[in-house]
Write a protein that binds this ligand. Structure first.
Ligand code: HEM
Ligand SMILES: *[C@@H]1O[C@H](CO)[C@@H](O)[C@H](O)[C@H]1NC(C)=O
Length: 325
């Protein structure tokens, strides 16, 4: 308890001195006057959805990540394609695996009825991701707000900006550095893979087509690989889902890092964190200390949530999250 508190205080002090580590333009309690009760409406709606369907939690956390890494946290991932524009949500990393758009639609509809033209889709997503983390066992962290919605969403920008599941540690560090996030934050945020699922196609080369001398990735525990092959048969016509953390698949905890220690990471981008000198120590620390990881995860979510945000009179407050005004 005490060490947890001291750690939190140290973390807050670090935040205060690292330049650019918190976005000056986003504010805590932003909707306190503009739309009092907005956060409560979001939280209650999330509670209802998650109670009915727990897979909503990982979907919304991932959606916030995919929003923030492409044109910043501006709600661009929510925009539908049109006849003349293929949008982010239809790019391969999002379609068909990104889910939960109807959750954001329902929250937005409630908030438009409650206080029209006030709460941005980008802020809704940031709050909803926090609430999703909270309901699956994460820390109840505060989310600074005041994001405005972007008006542009382009499918080709998704592959250019999101990390791929076959990236190695160096590539992942570089990808997150491009967004102003540290290697420690990258490893810490990857702990989101302690919940949710992946399609077999995102990792099956590790099982069947690693390289010309090794059909199977030697960095997978052979027993785990054998299990995964039963879930992902070669040449199967559909593309089944497998839990990212097979031990506690619905708890946002540090089991993910413990799995990596046993060579039971699902994606190349997961297991490489344990096998690379740049990131191995953070994996070990996160595996050992649930509380410290949990606090770092919350802080890193806030930092991710402030990437390249639109504020002030930039962008707009969309009326419907799927279409620009
Ligand atoms: C470090 C680089 C990352 C890579 C390469 C990566 C890649 C992936 C892939 C390939 C999937 C499975 C998609 C599918 O095939 O269905 C996935 C799922 C997921 N990712 Fe990541 N991811 C990364 C970081 C993150 C971060 C930073 C977060 C959030 C903070 C996150 C949250 C999730 C969640 C929650 C799921 C499960 C989604 C669901 O069950 O609907 N990921 N990720
Ligand atoms: C295949 O991967 C193994 C293990 O990483 C490595 O030792 C070997 O050199 C690789 N073979 C080729 C042809 O790249």
């Amino acid at each position: 308890m005490r060490t947890g508190l001291v750690f939190l205080l140290a973390l807050m002090a670090m935040q205060a001195i690292i330049p650019g580590s918190s976005s000056a333009s986003l504010k805590l309690g932003y909707y306190k006057y503009e739309c009092k009760g907005a956060e409560k409406i979001i939280r209650q709606t999330m509670a209802n959805f998650i109670r009915y369907n727990p897979t909503v939690a990982p979907s919304i956390i991932r959606m916030h990540f995919h929003d923030c890494f492409v044109r910043g946290c501006d709600g661009s991932v929510l925009i539908d394609s049109t006849a003349s524009n293929k949008a982010e949500k239809d790019a391969p990393p999002n379609n068909p695996s990104l889910k939960g758009f109807e959750v954001i639609d329902q929250i937005k509809a409630k908030l438009e009825a409650y206080c029209p033209n006030t709460v941005s889709c980008a802020d809704i997503l940031a709050f909803a991701a926090r609430d999703a983390s909270y309901y699956v066992g994460g820390i109840n962290y505060n989310v600074p707000a005041g994001r405005r919605d972007g008006r542009i969403s382009i499918d080709s920008e998704v592959i250019q900006n999101l990390p791929a599941p076959n990236f190695n540690a160096k590539q992942l560090i570089g990808n997150f550095a491009n967004k102003g996030l540290s290697a420690d934050e990258m490893v810490t945020l990857s702990g989101a893979h302690s919940i949710g699922v992946s399609h077999c196609s995102s990792f099956s080369p590790r099982l069947y087509a690693f390289n010309s001398t090794h059909p199977q990735d030697p960095s997978i525990d052979p027993q785990f690989a054998a299990f995964l092959k039963t879930k992902c048969p070669q040449g199967s016509s559909n593309d089944p889902n497998v839990f990212l953390d097979n031990v506690t698949p619905t708890r946002l905890d540090n089991q993910y890092y413990k799995n990596l220690k046993y060579k039971r990471g699902l994606l190349t981008s997961d297991q490489t964190l344990e096998g690379s000198p740049e990131t191995a120590n953070t994996v070990t620390m996160n595996a050992k200390n649930y509380r410290a990881w949990s606090a770092k995860f919350a802080a890193a979510m806030v930092r991710m949530g402030s990437i390249e945000v639109l504020t002030g009179n930039q962008g707009e407050i969309r009326k419907k999250c799927r279409v620009v005004n």
